[in-house]
Design a protein around this ligand. Structure first.
Ligand SMILES: [Fe+2]
Ligand SMILES: [Fe+2]
Length: 386
């Protein structure tokens, strides 16, 4: 894990470590240079330590719920080139919906704010930059999902899961394709490299030798957050091409998160408390890295705003303004609960999600229960067929 101060080992009791201060430490969050050094390098290699696993058990449907997902995935495929209307003209200044006025006021009208002196034009530019940054990060995350699900095809020992994961590889290729095309054709190109927090999390997930960690890191944490973030943007943007693109991507993502939940439910039943604690710590670190990436440090650097001041000011934001930041966890927390991760052992992960102020989502619907409702592609097909 890439952090300034390591998480406590067994010798240190939890009481001796202030997780809340650790989570909200601006030095930890801004440790990396805002722009990574990889900008001019096309290739980034990561060591993958997992064994590739053959199975000679070919009984299709042995895991009925995974088999059902696989069959659903096959009929819910869509084509980014023909199912989306790329002829729509996009004005980059009109893609973003108006932000929450109270949140804007916090940053614009507070003399302590690093954004206090921004003029009208700079605010508009900030919106355009933030949109390009967000979609660039979505695209990089999608490539992470593409590599992770290819890895799951290799490493998971169950045939039904290999079949399903193979469909997800195609889904993720399509997602990378449509985000890259949108940035290239509609938004002035891909201007941002992968955010350092997101990039190091993706590296950690690929590097881990335990196959269930790919599931936890990608299917539950990264994709759970993506599903919530896409949903937020899908509801707020008025731009019709992006709205439909996100709606279709979300149809797939809901299935992907359900795949993670249904698979890990079985695995976690067999794990010891100590093994579950490892998973809880991994989930917490992943949660922090994903929350921290939304500090948008690359945007501040590009805009000439001091990154650490901005991080400090963002961390000091009153709780009632943190609607977006909290909503990012609206899928992760109920899914972790369904997996038994919140309360395993002494409830360590429940305490951590309480520390970062997102435990309130624990009783929201989990994705294994709602994925079919989110399948807009299937609904469109049914409509078209009358
Ligand atoms: Fe995806
Ligand atoms: Fe996905």
């Amino acid at each position: 894990m890439t952090t300034t101060e390591p998480m406590p080992t067994e010798e240190i009791t939890d009481e001796a470590f202030d997780f809340r201060a650790y989570a909200n430490d601006p030095d930890r969050i801004t440790e990396f240079s805002a722009f990574n050094d990889d900008v001019t390098t096309l290739i980034h290699a990561v060591e993958d330590n997992a064994d590739a696993i053959f199975t000679w058990g070919y009984d299709k449907g042995e895991r009925a719920r995974l088999d059902k997902l696989y069959e659903k995935a096959k009929v819910s495929q869509w084509n980014g080139q023909t199912d989306l209307d790329w002829s729509i003209d996009v004005d980059p200044y009109k893609v973003l919906a108006p932000a929450d006025p109270a949140e804007v006021a916090y940053f614009a009208e507070n003399p302590e704010s690093p954004l206090y002196k921004l003029n009208e034009k700079e605010w508009q530019d900030l919106g355009v930059e933030s949109m390009n940054w967000s979609l660039s990060q979505f695209m990089h995350g999608e490539q992470g999902a593409l590599l992770c699900t290819a890895k799951i095809v290799e490493t998971v020992p169950w045939i039904d899961a290999k079949y399903y994961a193979a469909t997800q590889v195609v889904d993720e290729a399509r997602h990378v394709e449509v985000f890259a095309q949108y940035l290239d054709q509609k938004l002035d190109g891909i201007k941002y490299p992968v955010n350092t927090h997101l990039g190091s999390l993706l590296d950690d997930i690929i590097t881990d030798s335990r196959w269930d960690m790919t599931y936890l890191g990608m299917q539950i944490m990264v994709e759970g957050l993506a599903l919530a973030a896409f949903g937020f943007m899908q509801q707020t943007t008025e731009e019709p091409l992006l709205k439909k693109l996100l709606r279709y991507v979300m149809s797939d993502e809901a299935r992907h998160v359900a795949f993670g939940v249904l698979s890990l439910q079985e695995v976690y039943q067999e794990l010891t408390v100590a093994e579950l604690r490892d998973r809880q710590e991994f989930a917490f670190e992943a949660a922090l890295q994903m929350r921290d990436r939304f500090m948008r440090q690359e945007v501040w650097e590009r805009m000439g705003v001091d990154v650490k001041d901005m991080v400090k000011f963002t961390l000091a934001m009153p709780d009632e303004l943190r609607i977006f930041q909290k909503m990012l966890f609206s899928k992760i927390v109920p899914n972790c609960k369904k997996l038994g991760l919140l309360d395993a052992g002494d409830g360590w992960l429940r305490d951590r999600f309480t520390d970062i102020g997102v435990i309130e989502f624990e009783n929201w619907v989990d994705t294994a229960d709602e994925y079919a409702d989110l399948d807009e592609v299937a609904k469109d097909r049914a409509l078209a067929e009358g």
